[in-house]
Design a binder for this molecule. Structure first.
Ligand code: FAD
Length: 445
């Protein structure tokens, strides 16, 4: 590998830069184990490098690139399970599954080059996650090599020691995944100048079984896609209930899959992905509108993607403050390097414990997700003291959770009881989603 090729590993989709020492391309588990045992310095794991928070950025590190471990090891269509190596991309996997009319349903169609390992490491979600959940919901077993070079097989009980841990506990080498039948889908579109109508409809239909996607587009994003400049709610059904079907449906989905790329081509390189309770979404989206921030989002999972140009740090800062105020959680980009400061200190302590159990020398993905504080657990009497602290923190968390559940239930009750006079108007709106179509046939770009 020449210097130029090596430098490609210095960065990822976060656009941060580091320094790569050497890149390894293991072909099997034994080679991964040998690398871990032989290398003393820092090691960074790399899938497709599409992570947005700097999870693949090296610090004079060795890189393990899993692209040569991309085989489908075993496929059992009858059991609807597939065992796949971590370096396979979601596109490669779904191409193979499609021949048996099956699919792995968690994928971001905007980004088909993501690897299975990267998706498991980030516990990614996809466009249809309101119905299909996250990657973890489809995993039967993961095999990974920990920081000591041992091969570990997880059961469902300890899946989260590796899934969602952004590679800090080990290198995922393969996984046994459940898959689903491909479904003939359809969609309906509702467009309006009144944001309240979007949320009214979404609230009413979000718990319907057939609804697999509830996508909101801001006016400026609609315009960029070539649609009339209005708010859009695009409802996808896992059935033929929607009015848009067949080729017209496929074209709509292709268009939606292109949103991020179109925004990037307009200079919107940076984004936030807050996840909010449904009741907070309208307030957040209104804040984005006032500040002229382009966004699209998924009202089913509560994740809103807000976009910024390079010179819009102030605007981004304001949006982050609003996210904090509304108690937004991380959506699906992960923590990486860029969001370590947002991690709750209690969560960081727990993550550190798990990390050090699997990687006591802090070799793998050092500085990602958390900075290890080796003083934790080293002081006199620390164990019993920390157990007490944890117990107290957990009790406080449970009490808080119970209180907020009660409050949420009250708010829900109040908001879901429309007055008689509003009932008919609401029903008319809900019905309209089945009949509304785009004015200009999707306004092809
Ligand atoms: C245009 C665009 C759209 C996107 N849309 C979505 C979306 O809708 N939903 C979503 O969830 N994400 C989305 N993302 C973020 C990202 O693509 C996904 O999170 C994806 O799952 C990352 O996969 P990757 O193979 O590129 O991982 P990488 O970027 O290579 O790695 C991500 C992290 O996982 C670790 N890792 C990689 N492979 C392994 C392994 N085998 N074992 C252990 N750790 C490993 C890396 O060290 C790093 O910390 C998007 C990104 C882009 C650029």
């Amino acid at each position: 590998m020449n210097k130029h090729e090596l430098s490609c590993y210095n960065t990822d989709a976060s656009r941060l830069f580091g320094e790569t020492e050497v890149v390894f391309f293991p072909k099997n588990v034994t080679e991964v184990q040998a690398i871990i045992k032989e290398i003393d310095g820092a090691i960074v794991i790399r899938g497709a490098g599409t992570g947005l928070e700097g999870g693949c950025i090296p610090e004079k590190s060795s890189i393990i690139d899993l692209c040569k471990m991309n085989k489908i090891i075993d496929f059992n269509p009858l059991k609807m399970q597939v065992r796949v190596e971590a370096g396979a991309t979601i596109k490669e996997l779904n191409e193979k599954l499609r021949k048996a009319s099956l699919e792995f349903p968690i994928y971001s169609s905007e980004n088909e080059i993501s690897t299975i390992g990267g998706m498991i490491a980030l516990n990614s979600s996809g466009a249809r996650s309101m119905k299909y959940g996250n990657v973890k919901d489809w995993i039967e077993e993961i095999e990974f090599v920990n920081g000591k070079g041992e091969l570990i097989k997880t059961t469902k009980a300890d899946l989260m020691d590796i899934c969602g841990m952004e590679g800090i506990t080990g290198i995922i080498v393969s996984a046994n995944l459940r898959v689903a039948p491909i479904i003939e889908r359809s969609a309906s579109i509702f467009q309006t100048d009144n944001l309240s109508e979007i949320f009214l409809i979404a609230r009413k239909i979000r718990s319907e079984k057939e609804v697999s996607m509830l996508k909101i587009l801001s006016k400026n994003v609609s315009k960029l896609l070539g649609f009339p400049e209005k708010y859009y709610l695009i409802v996808e059904f896992d059935s033929y209930r929607g009015k848009i079907r067949g080729e017209e449906y496929e074209e709509l989905i292709r268009k939606l899959n292109n949103i991020t790329r179109i925004l990037i081509s307009e200079g919107y390189y940076n984004s936030e992905d807050p996840k909010l309770f449904f009741d907070k979404l309208k307030e957040f989206v209104t804040f984005l509108e006032i500040n002229n921030v382009p966004y699209f989002g998924d009202l089913g999972t509560g994740i809103i993607y807000a976009f910024f140009k390079d010179l819009e740090d102030n605007k981004r800062g304001m949006v982050r403050t609003a996210m904090k105020k509304l108690k937004a959680k991380f959506g699906n980009y992960g923590i990486g390097i860029l969001r370590k400061d947002f991690l709750d200190s209690f969560d960081a302590k727990i993550i550190q414990r798990v990390k050090l159990r699997y990687d006591p020398k802090n070799k793998i993905n050092k500085g990602k997700m958390i900075d290890i504080d080796f003083s934790i657990g080293k002081t006199e009497d620390s164990d019993s003291k920390r157990k007490e602290e944890f117990k107290k923190e957990i009790q406080e968390m449970i009490a808080k959770e119970k209180k907020s559940e009660k409050e949420k239930a009250k708010i829900k009750d109040a908001s879901e009881k429309p007055s008689d006079s509003n009932k008919k108007a609401e029903q008319d709106l809900i019905n309209s989603i089945m009949t509304n179509r785009m004015n200009n046939n999707g306004g092809k770009r």
